[in-house]
Design a protein around this ligand. Sequence first.
Ligand code: NAD
Length: 373
Amino acid sequence: MPAPAPNDLDTWLITGGAGFIGSALVRMLLRAGRVRVVNVDKLTYAGNLESLPGAASHPLYAFEQVDVCDAAAVRACFARHRPAAVVHLAAESHVDRSIDAPMAFIHTNVVGTCTMLEESLRYWKEVPAGLRERFRFLHVSTDEVFGSLGPGGQFSEATPYAPNSPYAASKAASDHLVRAWHHTFGLPTLTSNCSNNYGPYQFPEKLIPLTIQNALAGRALPVYGRGENVRDWLFVDDHARALETIVRRGVPGESYAVGGASERRNIDVVRAICRTLDALHPAGRPHESLITFVADRPGHDARYAIDASKIRRELGWAPSETFDSGLVATVQWYIANQRWAERVQSGAYRGERLGLRRHVDAMSTDDISPSTT
Ligand code: NAD
């Protein structure tokens, strides 16, 4: 059967498509060629179009530099592109930044999500019946909304919300808004709550890319507290596949917990990166000698773990990378893409320690401009 002409394809509007997970989703969708992709992104410090090589000339791709809090601009995007799905990833995403300057998180994550819901609802009510039936709004959220686990147990869709950081609280608020827009207005929404992601194109402020970048430069490798905190890691391309699966097969009104069943203590993650670098980049060997324990993050959640059996059972999704194979691929990618890492870091962020609220006077909590935080 001939491939459908591009005009026959549905359009998916991806917010935050220039960020870490959003760009993985956009790259995957463009490679597959089953939908048109509109990337709606404000391009904050965390968004970079260099994470989408070749996209600009792709016939199925369009870019809109738009703030998700700007209702008029979002409305114009809906009118121009008439999407069959919205995958909402745009957010302020770094816990340490949310400790130093929480207002930007409330603005983008809460007001921005509410704006996307309102504009989706306005659009959805007016489109022809066929498109209205197909339309889906997927909110991409985090397992951090569930708080912290002790040594046992896992988060699932039934876990009560108990967010601890300003970031987690802002995502929890947006999850509740999404639920309400389904319950009250009937908007066909879906929510995914995913564990920590890692992989190529992650801005080097989060544990794995920051450790790789520091180790490559021979700098100290800061580990919070004693490195005992446990996270459940998922390779970013597996998350991108989960998101496409949820849009296509998820049941409106439902939420899906997504995770890779790869629990690791932070110190073990850092040591695994060091071992991988010893093999792939022997110059700085042994990289473990760079490990430095630093003051813990205030309110640091002890452990996250995900029970992903619902999405596995009901939607047939499963991760394809193990933590070890994904980590090797990630370290290899950063070694081969130092130019990308240098260019995205040449902005305001220079690898300094965030999240201790040292700069609280300089970074006014009333500052709601995400691009400056
Ligand atoms: P990221 O920080 O790498 O990217 C965020 C993107 O959103 C950037 O491209 C940025 O320019 C854009 N953006 C920020 N504010 C915006 C605004 N006001 N308007 C339009 N665009 C804006 O984030 P990420 O790690 O790719 O996370 C994406 C989503 O997935 C977030 O909603 C996050 O909460 C969620 N999530 C992340 C993880 C993780 O481990 N990284 C895990 C689970 C869920």
